[in-house]
Design a protein. Structure first.
Length: 89
């Protein structure tokens, strides 16, 4: 089963799609927004950017990054099951 997975097109495409996920990552940053009248409100913002072009005082949004990886793994698993069913006919 593992050998079939490693040779499948769905796994290869999934690995190829994993590269942009690790290069173009979500950055979580807290910005201060002036509402007027001297009231400043902190706002959390998530922006996507390249790993080498990190915004100042930003951290990687790990929850969103892991969610993207899990969704890709689920899509690859579904595609692999579909590919295996078509080849077994």
């Amino acid at each position: 089963m593992i050998e079939d997975l490693l040779k499948s097109w769905s796994f290869r495409i999934g690995v190829f799609l994993l590269l942009p996920i690790f290069l173009f990552v979500p950055w979580r940053q807290e910005l201060l927004w002036d509402t007027g009248g001297g009231v400043v409100v902190p706002i959390e913002v998530v922006r996507y950017g390249f790993i080498w072009n990190r915004p100042l005082e930003a951290g990687v949004d790990l929850v969103r990054l892991f969610t993207e990886i899990i969704l890709l793994a689920v899509a690859v698993a579904i595609a692999f099951q579909f590919e295996r069913a078509r080849l077994s006919r």
